[in-house]
Design a protein around this ligand. Structure first.
Ligand SMILES: [Zn+2]
Ligand SMILES: [Zn+2]
Ligand SMILES: [Zn+2]
Length: 331
């Protein structure tokens, strides 16, 4: 494989070697994108049954000063798992909520009914403190709701008005669907031909409005200018990446700028002499730390997808999973 490292010595001379270099680079980019999509799709298939179980067998509890995650786990362990001899329960939390997952949906139901019965039977039981802090299930009956899905329409010309799209979405919205107002990204490109990204957030019902009812296409019509175009929203699943060392995912201690080609901290990318690539994320040769087909990068894309309120059918059913995978933005 010829190096394509953006080296200053790498200028086009118009020779046959440059032609070959360009072609191999194109083939490589194409097969890498394909490999990435395939890996994402495989990982999603694996995630499918787990994600349904999590959503159906968990409850969400509002954090209060008195009851943050630790006491919640203690109370449930003591009064439910130990005293009632129940199957193990798992716990996790974010800033505002604690989440409790039972072994299955039926056990969760038994727990909730038990909680209800304690009110009169054992008014002093510590579990009573939790009862009023449990969030009501969402419209699908799930006790946990993932974060709203980040949608992005890239490269939209500056004369396309966000409020016209907002109005159109308001009209097609179904009950229980949440579709945010559009937020506009920074303009880029040459004057007179500038474009920007349009961003919006949707819950799973809003997602269905756009990707099922509208089949993933937002029609845009402006009669005064007789503009009629179609916009394609995509799902922003970009993992966080460090601009300096290319580390993927949150929480890292940055060791400073690294070479994008070989991962060395001794020289900048443009001075790299290495003919081969080394990925500092998965510690393998053959690709760069910035490449999306790196298994670590794929894993983080899937984590991003998992955090969002994407309807389960889009993870479980092959056709819809394909549509989801094709609609991702991950770079
Ligand atoms: Zn870093
Ligand atoms: Zn290097
Ligand atoms: Zn890698």
């Amino acid at each position: 494989m010829l190096p394509s490292n953006g080296n200053a010595n790498n200028q086009d001379t118009g020779s046959i070697l440059d032609v070959i270099r360009e072609q191999t680079t194109n083939i490589e980019a194409h097969s890498n994108a394909h490999a990435t999509e395939q890996a994402i799709s495989d990982a999603l298939r694996e995630l499918a049954s787990k994600e349904r179980t999590v959503r159906e067998s968990s409850i969400t509890i509002r954090n209060t000063l008195e009851l943050s995650s630790n006491p919640i786990a203690e109370i449930i362990e003591q009064e439910w798992v130990t005293r009632r001899e129940q199957a193990p329960v798992s716990y996790w939390q974010d800033k505002t909520h604690s989440f409790v997952q039972f072994i299955n949906a039926a056990t969760k139901q038994v727990f909730l009914e038990y909680l209800l019965s304690l009110k009169t039977k054992e008014p002093d039981n510590k579990l009573n403190k939790l009862a009023s802090l449990i969030e009501a299930p969402n419209s699908l009956g799930h006790g946990i709701t993932r974060k709203e899905v980040r949608l992005e329409i890239t490269n939209v010309r500056a004369n396309i008005k966000a409020e016209i799209i907002d109005k159109m979405l308001e009209k097609v919205k179904t009950p229980n669907s949440s579709i945010s107002q559009i937020r506009e990204g920074k303009l880029h490109g040459p004057p007179g031909n500038q474009t920007r990204s349009l961003m919006l957030r949707v819950n799973s019902k809003g997602f269905n409005t756009i990707f099922v009812n509208l089949n993933g296409v937002l029609p845009y019509t402006r009669t005064e200018t007789s503009t009629k175009i179609r916009l394609y929203p995509r799902i922003n699943a970009r993992p966080w990446t460090c601009r300096d060392c290319f580390f993927i995912g949150p929480n890292h201690t940055c060791m400073g700028k690294a070479c994008a080609q070989c991962g060395s901290r001794e020289h900048p990318t443009k001075d790299c002499k290495s003919k081969t690539r080394f990925c500092t994320n998965c510690k393998k040769r053959g690709h760069k730390a910035k490449d999306a087909h790196c298994p670590i990068y794929v894993r983080e894309i899937v984590k991003e997808i998992k955090r969002m309120d994407i309807p389960l059918e889009f993870i479980e059913e092959e056709d819809k999973r394909h549509q989801l995978t094709k609609s991702l933005i991950y770079k």
